[in-house]
Design a protein around this ligand. Structure first.
Ligand code: NI
Length: 276
């Protein structure tokens, strides 16, 4: 008999997996805007997370309204997804907040951002690059996706569940770019109904690729320029990331980010078409 999601959740391994963050990693994060560690959780938890992850994508779970979509194609396109994403999976499965990945990510985010970890809010997203067809995610800054009416202190904690290699679409960064402003972004294909954003304001020759084994983690600043290549390998490349941030602070004047307004309109049209 197949395992149900309830049985799977009940079988979550209680993982006491503590990680230390050497001072050199904190310095690297400050200087370059990203750093990585070899392990953030145990093999047992990693195995459990893979099963949970596969269930979420097999069921195309919308943990929040509209929270499942293909990043690389217009919303709700027919056919196979090129790069599906699930937002806020922990809203549907609160067990995801009880993992070593969650706990360690939060603690290390506090150390890297120089804030009290208990003040950080966390939310997750999962990006899946199917074998051979998984699309690239072009150069962007995560903050470019967020409400420009607020200022952020934030980083992403990104963990691959499969080997992340140049062939399978590992992450790439422009060191030091986190110190700059949010660059001008556009929607992929100049189509606001495609969720993914990109910027041309980048020199890819400066890119540093960060291959990583499953269960390792990259911490990256919300303003660092980063991208990931397509998955040309014969294996799926699953990744799970949590964003860690202080409560966002309202700005007196919203930063001008027209691509956000265009995206909001497309999202509204989508919501209407789903409701019918
Ligand atoms: Ni990103």
């Amino acid at each position: 008999m197949e395992t149900t999601i309830e049985q799977l959740l009940a079988s979550r391994p209680a993982t006491a997996f503590d990680v230390e963050l050497p001072a050199a990693k904190v310095a690297e994060f400050r200087e370059r805007g990203f750093t990585s560690i070899e392990r953030i959780t145990s093999d047992e938890e990693l195995g459990w997370l893979r099963e949970v992850y596969d269930w979420l994508f097999a069921e195309r779970v919308q943990a929040v309204p509209g929270g499942y979509f293909d990043l690389s194609r217009p919303y709700d396109s027919p056919g196979d997804d090129l790069q599906p994403q699930i937002i806020n999976p922990e809203v549907r499965l609160p067990e995801l907040r009880r993992t070593a990945f969650w706990r360690n990510g939060k603690a290390l985010a506090g150390a890297l951002l120089h804030v009290e970890a208990s003040k950080l809010l966390g939310w997750g997203h999962m990006i899946r690059k199917p074998a051979r067809v998984g699309e690239s995610l072009p150069w962007h800054q995560d903050e470019a996706y967020w409400d420009p009416g607020f200022a952020y202190t934030a980083l992403g904690c990104w963990m691959p569940l499969d080997p992340a290699t140049p062939e399978s679409g590992c992450m790439r960064f422009i060191p030091g770019s986190h110190r700059g402003v949010v660059r001008t972004h556009r929607h992929v294909g100049e189509d606001p109904s495609v969720h993914a954003l990109f910027t041309d304001d980048v020199d890819p020759n400066l890119a540093v690729a960060v291959p990583l084994e499953p269960g390792g983690a990259i911490f990256h600043h919300c303003r660092i320029l980063h991208s990931s290549g397509p998955n040309r390998s014969p294996h799926v490349r699953r990744a799970y990331a949590n964003e860690w941030q202080l409560p966002a602070v309202k700005r007196d004047v919203a930063a001008p980010r027209p691509w956000i307004d265009e995206g909001k309109q497309a999202w509204k049209r989508r919501a209407k078409s789903i409701v019918g």
